[in-house]
Each structure stands twice: as structure tokens, then as C-alpha cells.
Design a protein around this ligand. Structure first.
Ligand SMILES: Nc1nc(=O)c2c([nH]1)NC[C@@H]1CN(c3ccc(C(=O)N[C@@H](CCC(=O)O)C(=O)O)cc3)CN21
Ligand SMILES: CC(C)C(=O)C(=O)O
Ligand SMILES: [Mg+2]
Length: 286
């Protein structure tokens, strides 16, 4: 019998998205999805209420991104985000979910000093917030951190290409356009895999390069502005739902117009209060 014939037929009940699983998703489930050639979605989440909506929608992996700095805390960049802020919001997302794997971003300054600092802060997100994995930016430059955290038993997601914590040196530009930069990205991705990372985010890289990295790795790639050929796709949820406001990256697709819906609800409430139409008898106690 050939290997092909011996392989069990694909079992769609195991699918990361649309499957029947109810227990929490693990990094083993994510590895199995790559073997099945299954694509999967990831969204950011920053609070228990919204995370519960995505959990009920079947989103298998959520990232408590340091993008909370922009979306929820009102900073210009992700650079000022602290471990206290990450821990508070990550704990809320974990409490609001029962099925999704929750990944916590290590914020700028929480791992750059070296592997011991990185492990201390990764451990804090696991113990105090209950996340199932952490993410950190950088390939080669974050290898000792990745290795030590993985050795301690905490799954690590790597983040390559545009790494927003380096905005002050990098800007917000497409990465890996020159042959040399493309080579470096492929090298960084393999190095992250060898150090034990379970997945790699590729942000703002040419689609052809993201496809090559995806073919070259046995761990899944998660694209954001990296074209259609990565194993997974991630978006900042407020961009995806049209809530962010202002300029959003071109790689975003907007699936709803929550900013308008929410603004209209606020205006309708205000008009009712001013006009005396709220509260009515059914909202009133005697
Ligand atoms: N709301 C939000 N969405 C995000 O995707 C996001 C954040 N915040 N904060 C953290 C980082 C920063 N990100 C960014 C920020 C800016 C661009 C940007 O200006 N991109 C240009 C393309 C530049 C080029 O062509 O080289 C664009 O027009 O989209 C991209 C990603 C992605 N992340
Ligand atoms: C955009 C994703 C990958 C991220 O790092 C974040 O939301 O902070
Ligand atoms: Mg981030």
C-alpha cells in the first residue's frame, strides 16, 4: 500500500474553524491543521465581551495584540504599551473565551534586554493572564529569547517582516523587497522555526516571498498584508469591523461599518433623551 493510500481521509470534524471541537485549541491542533493543508483565521481581541463574540463565531486563535496601544489606549504607536496593560487585557480575553487559543503579545521593552527578562515576562502573561502562548517580534535578533521561553514550556509565535515595535528605525514600509532583505526574511523564519516557534506572523511582505516562506516551513505562517498564500490570516478586529476610524492599512478588508452603527445608536439615544422619548413606561419602576 502506498503512503498516500494509507493516510486516513481528511476528518472535517477536526477543523480548526468549523470543526466540532469544544475544548481549548492547542498548538498541537495548529500543527495538525498545517499537515491537513487547512487555512484558518485569527483576530485580535482586547476585552472579554468582544472575545466571547469571536469565540462563539468559532475563531480558533485570538491575539491580544500590543496594537491595543493604538486601538484601545489611544497611543500613536505600540511602543508605549506596558506589561501591566498587556496582562490586564489578556486576562480579560482569557476569561471571555472557552475554546480559542489566546496568544499574548510581549510589548516593547519586555524582552529586548535578553532571554531572562523575556522568560520572566512571558511567564507573567501565562500565570497572571492565563494565555496559552506568547508572541514576540524579530527573527535572528530574538532567538535566545525564543529558545529559553520554549524550553520553559511556553509556546512562542514569531513575528517577522514589518515589526511595529521598531517603527522608529523601520517606519511602516513593506519589508523584504530587495533580494538581500528577502533572503534575510527566509533565514529569520527558518531560525525562528529551529528555535522552536510554533507559528510565524508575516506582516507587510510581498505575496511571492510569503508564499515561499510558507512552502519552506513546517510550522504555519500567519499573514497580515502578506498575500493569499500563507496558512492563516490575521487582522486587527477593529479594522476588520470598521470601528477603528482614521486611516487603516491597505491590507485590511472591512466586513462591517461598526463606527457608523455605534455612532447612530449613540445619536438615537441622545435624541430620545433630549426629546423625552426615553425612558418610557416599560423602562420605569414604581
Ligand atoms: N489599527 C491597527 N491596525 C494594524 O494593522 C496595526 C495597528 N493598528 N497597530 C500596530 C500595527 C501597525 N501596523 C501598520 C501601520 C501602518 C501601516 C501602513 O501605513 N501601511 C501602508 C503601506 C506602506 C507601503 O506601501 O510600504 C498602507 O498604505 O497600508 C501598515 C501597518 C499594523 N498594526
Ligand atoms: C497585527 C498583529 C500581528 C499584532 O502584532 C498586533 O495586533 O499587535
Ligand atoms: Mg503586535
Amino acid at each position: 500500500m502506498t503512503l498516500q493510500a494509507a493516510r486516513k481521509p481528511a476528518d472535517s470534524s477536526k477543523a480548526l474553524y468549523g470543526g466540532k471541537g469544544t475544548r481549548r485549541v492547542t498548538v498541537h491542533d495548529i500543527a495538525a491543521a498545517k499537515e491537513r493543508g487547512e487555512k484558518w483565521p485569527m483576530l485580535t481581541a482586547y476585552d472579554a465581551m468582544t472575545a466571547s463574540v469571536f469565540d462563539e463565531a468559532g475563531i480558533p486563535v485570538m491575539l491580544v495584540g500590543d496594537s491595543m496601544g493604538n486601538t484601545h489606549l489611544g497611543y500613536e504607536t505600540t511602543v508605549p504599551v506596558t506589561m501591566d496593560e498587556m496582562t490586564l487585557l489578556s486576562a480579560a480575553v482569557v476569561r471571555g473565551t472557552s475554546r480559542a487559543l489566546i496568544v499574548g503579545d510581549l510589548p516593547f521593552g519586555s524582552y529586548q534586554e535578553g532571554p531572562v527578562q523575556a522568560l520572566r515576562n512571558a511567564t507573567r502573561l501565562v500565570k497572571e493572564a492565563g494565555v496559552g502562548a506568547i508572541k514576540l517580534e524579530g527573527g535572528e535578533r530574538s532567538l535566545p529569547q525564543t529558545e529559553l521561553i520554549v524550553q520553559a514550556g511556553i509556546p512562542v509565535m514569531s513575528h517577522l517582516g514589518l515589526t511595529p515595535q521598531s517603527v522608529n528605525t523601520m517606519g511602516y514600509r513593506v519589508q523584504g523587497r530587495s533580494d538581500e532583505a528577502a533572503h534575510r526574511l527566509l533565514h529569520d523564519a527558518k531560525a525562528a522555526q529551529d528555535a522552536g516557534a510554533f507559528a510565524v506572523v508575516l506582516e507587510l511582505v510581498p505575496a511571492e516571498l510569503a508564499a515561499e516562506v510558507t512552502r519552506s516551513l513546517h510550522i504555519p505562517t500567519i499573514g497580515i498584508g502578506a498575500g493569499p498564500d500563507t496558512d492563516a490570516q490575521v487582522l486587527v478586529w477593529t479594522d476588520m469591523a470598521g470601528l477603528t476610524g482614521g486611516k487603516v492599512p491597505r491590507f485590511t478588508k472591512q466586513y462591517a461599518d461598526l463606527r457608523r452603527v455605534l455612532g447612530d445608536a449613540a445619536k438615537a439615544f441622545a435624541d430620545d433623551v433630549v426629546g423625552g422619548a426615553f425612558p418610557m413606561e416599560e423602562h420605569t419602576f414604581h
